[in-house]
Design a protein around this ligand. Structure first.
Ligand code: RP5
Length: 163
């Protein structure tokens, strides 16, 4: 039987998937079971409510939520679940993601969202941060994360190559 997903990756739109796939790819590399869903704060608010209210009971330990523009999804989910919520600001067409970043980062005191960088780097780091959080209580995950980081370090050349 497949492992129950520990991480939920949710996003506001299909158009967020190329960014959020970076998080899914890292979790795949680390062998951390996850589920991926489109949940829009504005277009499917009932779906967002049901997801956020039920996420802990579904067995998720962490939520990674990505959205762009008026990016209310991570904050609204954080308002309705005690699980850690990591927010990924997706790069928007109009403002290159500055709107997404500020929408996600500027939460009122009492409702935290761990906000990552704009775009693919943020999605990648959200997955790594999720692994760090889970790894604090799971030595298999922590060992996998340490190995991942070691491979990254070893891939960095000491000198730049031509071209
Ligand atoms: C947000 O609006 C989504 O998270 C997405 O980043 C942005 C644009 O969505 P689409 O118009 O591409 O569906 O809700």
């Amino acid at each position: 039987m497949a492992d129950a997903p520990l991480v939920a990756i949710v996003m506001g739109s299909q158009s967020d998937w190329p960014t959020m796939k970076c998080a899914a790819d890292v979790l795949d590399e680390l062998g951390i079971a996850h589920d991926v869903r489109i949940v829009s704060a504005h277009r499917t608010p009932d779906r967002m409510y049901d997801f956020a209210k039920g996420a802990a009971d579904e067995g998720f330990k962490i939520v990674i939520a990505g959205a762009g523009g008026a990016a209310h999804l991570p904050g609204m989910i954080a308002a309705m679940t005690p699980l850690p919520v990591l927010g990924v600001p997706v790069r928007s067409k109009a403002l290159s993601g500055m709107d997404s970043l500020l929408s996600i980062a500027q939460m009122p005191a009492g409702v935290p969202v761990g906000t990552l960088a704009i775009g693919e780097a943020g999605a990648t780091n959200a997955a790594l941060l999720a692994a760090s959080i889970l790894g604090a209580h799971d030595s298999r995950i922590m060992q996998g994360l340490v190995a991942w980081r070691t491979r990254r370090s070893e891939a960095v050349a000491e000198k730049p190559s031509e071209g």
